[in-house]
Write a protein that binds this ligand. Structure first.
Ligand code: NAD
Length: 349
């Protein structure tokens, strides 16, 4: 199925379904596919019929989001005299999307971009909203622009039955459910790890997430209105946990823990009397998400990390918290007060 969305005057077609990738390369003959090597190796058959001359293979992962990699790609396109009116499509997860998104925004001042996200996380999150980014000297996404693809092709063949990928995305999915659209978490609760892959349930889940994130991004296309801030729920503490655990706790799990801690803080300080932890815990239990053990000292260490959070303005954090299923508010809280309360929550873990 294909749906059309609009962000800042851009029209974005989103195609979700089994076989969507094949339809794309059959429909348009002249796309240059910039493909994650890992994805191509894991899904050899899906690339077999595309002429090799239309494919550029790249490494993925955080190390590929660098100026060096970007430079190599520019060199390759320039040496082939890649014309400005030709379309470029990324095929890979969020790191491939960020790298190729930036390339498409800058090579010859902009190429038409098609997104083919291949992880659950990139389908429900990073492929939407037009952000791209490169890391620089250890700082994540220090370089980047906004550029929406004209088309996003979410072929479920890339993710079918991959429970690990669903676990990685679960934090962001539950976040969308808690903050934007309760029917997302209802759908999760009506299903299990088995049934989610049956029929068209995974397509439905992805579509609900796409709707929710597109809606917020359309209201704040360039992240200037503090509206996209809602998407940061769980991320202030979550980023801290990722950092102090030396990435032992990955983003998806860290966000899940972060949502619980931030809700607890908001409740303890009287900003919200809603406790979403029960919803998070029931989904975690139902799907057997194995959240890594949180060292009780970790939240104390997170304080030092949060003190340097780029989102602090005049000593104040602007944190989104849920008020009831699908509803939220942004609270303003002194960073020092937030950190003290976070340490108290840590003591009780
Ligand atoms: N631009 C945005 O708005 C935005 C939002 C959130 C996150 N991000 C970025 O997204 C990145 C994380 O993305 P990710 O979690 O998708 O990770 P990723 O792109 O690094 O992919 C994770 C791993 O899965 C492999 N993989 C991808 N698709 C596969 C498939 N179908 N089958 C088998 N293996 C596959 C990759 O090779 C990689 O090893 C981070 O760099 C983050 O900064 C960007």
């Amino acid at each position: 199925m294909v749906w059309e969305y609009r962000i800042a005057g851009d029209s974005i077609k989103v195609h979700i379904g089994h076989g969507a990738f094949e339809e794309l390369w059959k429909k348009e003959g002249n796309i240059c596919f910039i493909v994650s090597k890992n994805v191509k190796n894991a899904h050899v058959k899906m690339f077999e019929k595309i002429a090799p001359s239309y494919i550029i293979e790249i490494e993925d992962g955080e190390n590929s989001k660098t100026l060096n990699y970007y430079g190599n790609l520019i060199e390759r396109l320039a040496s082939e005299n890649f014309e400005r009116n030709r379309k470029v499509a990324y095929v890979g997860g969020g790191t491939t999307g960020d790298l190729v998104g930036f390339l498409s925004a800058t090579y010859k001042r902009g190429l038409n971009l098609i997104g083919v996200p291949t992880t659950v996380l990139s389908m429900v999150d990073s492929s939407i909203g037009g952000k791209n980014g490169l890391n620089f000297k250890g700082v994540k996404n220090l370089i980047g622009t906004f550029k929406n693809p004209s088309e996003i092709v979410m072929d479920t063949s890339f993710i079918m039955g991959n429970n690990g990928m669903l676990y990685e995305a679960m934090g962001e999915i539950i976040k969308h459910g808690l903050m934007l659209d309760n029917s997302i978490n209802e759908l999760l609760m009506q299903n299990s790890m088995e049934t989610i892959w049956q029929g068209n349930t995974i397509e439905k889940l992805i579509k609900l997430n796409v709707d929710a994130k597109m809606d917020i991004c359309a209201k704040d296309p360039f992240e200037t209105e503090n509206i996209r801030n809602v998407l940061n729920f769980g991320h202030t503490v979550g980023h801290g946990i990722e950092a102090v655990s030396g990435n032992r706790i990955s983003h998806g799990y860290a966000v899940m823990i972060g949502m619980k801690v931030e809700s607890e803080i908001a409740k303890n300080l009287g900003y919200s009397n809603y406790d979403p932890c029960e919803i998070i815990d029931s989904i975690v239990l139902k799907y057997g998400v194995d959240i890594p053990e949180l060292d009780r000292h970790m939240l104390k260490e997170c304080g030092n990390y949060i003190k340097n959070d780029k989102k602090i303005r005049d000593g104040t954090l602007h944190i989104p918290v849920p008020l009831s299923p699908g509803r939220h508010r942004i609270i303003e809280i002194r960073a020092s007060e937030f950190i003290t309360e976070m340490e108290r929550v840590g003591d009780n873990i």
